[in-house]
Design a protein around this ligand. Structure first.
Ligand code: GCU
Length: 353
């Protein structure tokens, strides 16, 4: 962590301790309760824009009794640290990757498995299914936080500074940055690369200084985080379709007056709808800008990549609890497949008429 950033975090932690006890009284007037939100994206990212909508919504619904303050760009620390601060209540809400949440509940590990989702339609249907996600959101209450909603984080693919990845063998000997999660490390090992866990904020310099040969992420990383300046080969191997989650300190919702906690819950839903709509447009824009920057996009056959990761699915489903979540996700996928086949068949038969 850079020195300036560390000082800023310490200063913020000081003010947090003073004001984290809720509304304060000054001269008989009650001051707004500050709600701190931390995330790792820049101000141009759909997740940041969605949180600005959240801020407007919550402040309006509570007549200013809650004052939402957003800290983007990992300002309050790398996202794993931010999750720890959310556990204690020093930060109220955090947008976290699934990788960071694996340590708290195995269900997050299952959601983070490569190739568990068939399509964006499948992935969105899983995320919007309360029977699947409700218990997962609740599962971390004892650790001090719960899930509120999800944000689209697109499809993750591999990109490098040296060559296009067209088959798993092309990864041999390459150091590829992964998020610090056991599943991501195993996934990259299964593909034959050398996984290098590193925080998101360090990836640009890592690529530039050739500490790593590549990384894996959605297209926005090329532009919002400038990775496209240094990594020019982006291959759609489509290993992960996954969300980020908006988590909240569990005590906060219990302690606030009902209408204020409800405003947070509803505001999160509102932000989710805003972000999901904004996502695909943001991807198109990022792709067009990356192309102008000289990034080339490749579309390899994904089957050989999927084959390499099959064992990972088998390994993780040995655990009955993980298997239960895995089966629910797969059942949803099969349901969608059957529905789409039926639609296709009926449109084919009406074409023939
Ligand atoms: C994406 C994702 C983040 C994640 C980051 C990373 O930006 O939305 O949640 O932290 O990738 O690779 O670390």
């Amino acid at each position: 962590m850079k020195k300036g950033k560390r000082i800023l975090i310490l200063a913020l932690m000081g003010t947090m301790l003073v004001s984290s006890v809720g509304c304060t009284q000054t001269n008989g007037k009650s001051k707004a309760r500050v709600i701190r939100v931390a995330h790792g994206q820049n101000e141009d990212h759909p997740q940041h824009k969605a949180m600005l909508e959240f801020e407007k919504y919550v402040e309006e619904k509570t007549n200013g009794a809650l004052d939402v303050q957003i800290f983007p760009n990992e300002l309050l620390g790398a996202s794993s640290q931010a999750v720890e601060l959310c556990q204690t209540g020093a930060i109220d809400l955090v947008i976290s990757s699934l990788g960071n949440l694996e340590a708290f509940n195995d269900s997050y590990t299952v959601l983070n498995l490569p190739y568990i989702m068939d399509s964006t339609e499948h992935y969105h249907a899983v995320m919007n299914d309360n029977d699947i996600m409700g218990p997962i959101y609740e599962s971390t209450r004892k650790s001090g936080f719960i899930g509120l909603t999800w944000f689209d984080a697109g499809v993750r693919n591999i990109y490098t500074t040296s060559k296009p990845i067209e088959k798993p063998e092309d990864l041999k000997g390459l150091k590829i940055r992964v998020q610090a999660s056991p599943t991501n490390v195993k996934m990259m090992q299964a593909l034959g690369a050398s996984p290098t866990p590193m925080s998101f904020g360090e990836v640009y310099t890592g690529l530039q200084q050739h500490v790593i040969d590549g990384a894996e992420n959605n297209e926005l990383a090329l532009i919002n985080n400038k990775h496209g300046e240094v990594a020019k080969y982006y291959s759609y191997n489509m290993h992960a379709m996954l969300p980020d989650l908006l988590i909240v300190n569990a005590k906060l919702l219990d302690e606030l007056p009902k209408e204020q906690s409800q405003a947070i819950v509803d505001g999160a839903k509102y932000a989710n709808e805003f972000e999901v709509k904004a996502w695909s447009q943001a991807v198109d824009k990022a792709k067009a800008e990356a192309e102008k920057m000289g990034v080339k996009f490749y579309y390899p056959d994904i089957k050989p990549f999927q084959e390499k990761m099959k064992n990972l699915h088998n390994e993780y489903t040995q655990d009955p609890k993980m298997k239960e979540v895995f089966d629910k996700i797969r059942a949803k996928g099969d349901e969608i497949l059957a529905k789409n086949e039926k639609k296709e068949n009926s449109s084919e038969s009406s074409d023939k008429k």
